[in-house]
Design a protein around this ligand. Structure first.
Ligand code: ATP
Ligand code: MG
Length: 461
């Protein structure tokens, strides 16, 4: 991969040859400052302050993880992580604006507001059996260690590169530089053990493939399908965090394809995965792809994206399937959709804990699909003021785009929104009258026996 060559500014590098031949190296590969392209000017001022603060207090300080990897690859890092030999308490003492966080492993967050720099003390690998459960999962790993130990306990070789603030060199214990040059994502150590220790590494591996356009190294790839089921043991809250990272990376289309290809999607969204596997070219599959394309585009344009919309798209398959089934079972259209939505969401959040503030909006987006078909009288006007109108309308466009028969309805709403009021009134007047409901006979005495006699009728656009 040509863009990797620029890691090294000048010609051939003996140390890299050595790492290529004998990774993992016993002693680290050290790439001096003049032989790589990572420069201080690319590092955020806050991160530099933290690095120098630690150094000036007599400690070791390194940038590590995704930021080093991304800078060497020419991407802008999402955040800057610092590793040090100072204990969390010592770090906290050095920086006034800092706080200790974390239960499983203590970390320090320096600086508040938008730019938080996470500072972690070098960590030792989990000490053999006592911290490992029956599945091989790490239960506790809070033992401080050396830089070398810290490198080996990390997930992938390309995530274990350290930028030393003392001499601006890059320190590589695990062969990360060579793998970065080869464009390989490779787990450190025994692959099966490392996936078992923390199955979320499966999601991370696929996320990095999607996001960085690298490829999975042999065993790092081959064990995924067989071990993906271990994701069932991961708490739903953690899976929610990971799902957001997977789908909001700006490369959701690629990443989603990888999740499907390796059978991982089924452990995150079982119902949706079942439908997509049964009919990969179906309307709901297309709708999801379109939604992901839009998400990527919005992220690239720096526009906000709401997870609620993403989940509305991912879960529309199972929801619309049930909606139809319930309507066929004579449940009126609105209660049928409400029932379908409630069931799908409550089953799904047990797997991926989407917080209520998002699922409420997801539900709104779905229910608006009915309301958008009811435009007569004042309804159309009222709907424009609905707080989630825009999301509901966007979702309708998506459905039309994916092949549902809503082209005309979507166009009507597009025109209606931007028309003058008099024009809007004309548009409403021009609508075909809603099919009349059968006349109700007023019964004064008896309370209504059937509550749902007058289900709203969905007009066909
Ligand atoms: P990005 O921030 O771009 O998503 P990242 O690699 O920085 O990618 P983080 O979650 O910020 O990901 O983690 C920072 C670093 O911590 C990683 O690069 C890796 O070295 C280490 N790390 C994170 N998660 C794990 C894990 N599950 N197992 C081992 N090491 C991990
Ligand atoms: Mg990071």
């Amino acid at each position: 991969m040509s863009f990797l060559n620029k890691i090294f500014g000048r010609g051939k590098n003996d140390a890299v040859d050595k790492a290529n031949k004998s990774a993992p190296a016993e002693s680290p590969l050290i790439v001096p400052r003049d032989q790589h392209t990572l420069s201080r000017s690319q590092v955020s001022p806050q991160a530099l302050k933290v690095l120098y603060g630690l150094k000036d207090a007599g400690f070791e300080a390194y940038l590590v993880g995704g930021c080093v990897r991304d800078l060497l690859l020419g991407f802008e890092p999402k955040d800057f992580d610092v590793a040090t030999d100072a204990s969390p308490e010592q770090v906290h003492k050095i920086f006034k604006k800092s706080r200790l966080i974390g239960r499983r492993f203590k970390l320090v967050h320096v600086g508040f507001g938008r730019d938080v720099i996470e500072v972690a003390t070098f960590r030792a690998p989990p000490e053999a059996e006592q911290h490992i459960d029956q599945q091989g999962r790490i239960m506790r790993d809070n033992v401080f260690g050396t830089l070398e130990q810290d490198a080996w306990r990390r997930d992938f070789t390309i995530n274990a590169l350290y930028y030393n603030i003392r001499d601006f060199s890059i320190v590589d214990y695990t062969g990360g530089i060579a793998d970065l040059q080869a464009g390989k994502i490779k787990l450190i150590g025994d692959v099966e053990t490392r996936y078992r220790e923390d199955p979320v590494r499966i999601l991370r591996a696929l996320r990095f493939v999607g996001k960085l356009s690298l490829t999975l190294d042999g065993e790092t790839e081959t064990h995924i399908a067989a071990l993906a089921k271990l994701l069932l043991d991961i708490p739903a809250a953690r899976l929610f965090d990971e799902v957001l990272k997977l789908y909001l990376s700006g490369k959701a289309v690629e990443t989603h394809q990888l999740l499907v290809k390796y059978g991982v999607f089924a452990y995150l969204f079982p119902e949706s995965a079942r439908l997509i596997a049964a009919a990969p070219d179906s309307i709901v599959a297309r709708l999801l792809t379109r939604a992901l394309e839009n998400t990527d585009k919005r992220i690239q344009e720096g526009k906000p994206v709401t997870p609620a919309f993403l989940f509305a798209a991912i879960l529309w398959g199972p929801t619309s399937e049930r909606w139809l089934r319930y309507q066929n079972n004579k449940i009126p259209t609105i209660p049928a959709l409400q029932k379908a939505a409630n069931e799908v969401i409550s089953e799904q959040v047990q797997r991926v804990a989407v917080p209520k503030r998002f699922t409420l909006v997801t539900r709104d987006i779905w229910l608006l699909q009915i309301r958008l078909t009811m435009r007569q009288g004042k309804r159309g006007f009222r709907l424009l003021t609905h707080p989630k109108f825009r999301a509901g309308y966007d979702f309708l466009l998506l459905r039309a785009d994916a092949g549902e028969p809503f082209e005309e309805l979507a166009q009507w709403w597009t025109d209606f929104q931007f028309a003058e009021e008099s024009e809007q009134q004309k548009m409403v007047n021009g609508l075909a009258p809603e099919p009349k409901n059968k006349k109700k006979r007023r019964r004064r005495r008896k309370p209504a026996a059937k509550k749902v006699a007058d289900a709203p009728v969905v007009d066909k656009a």
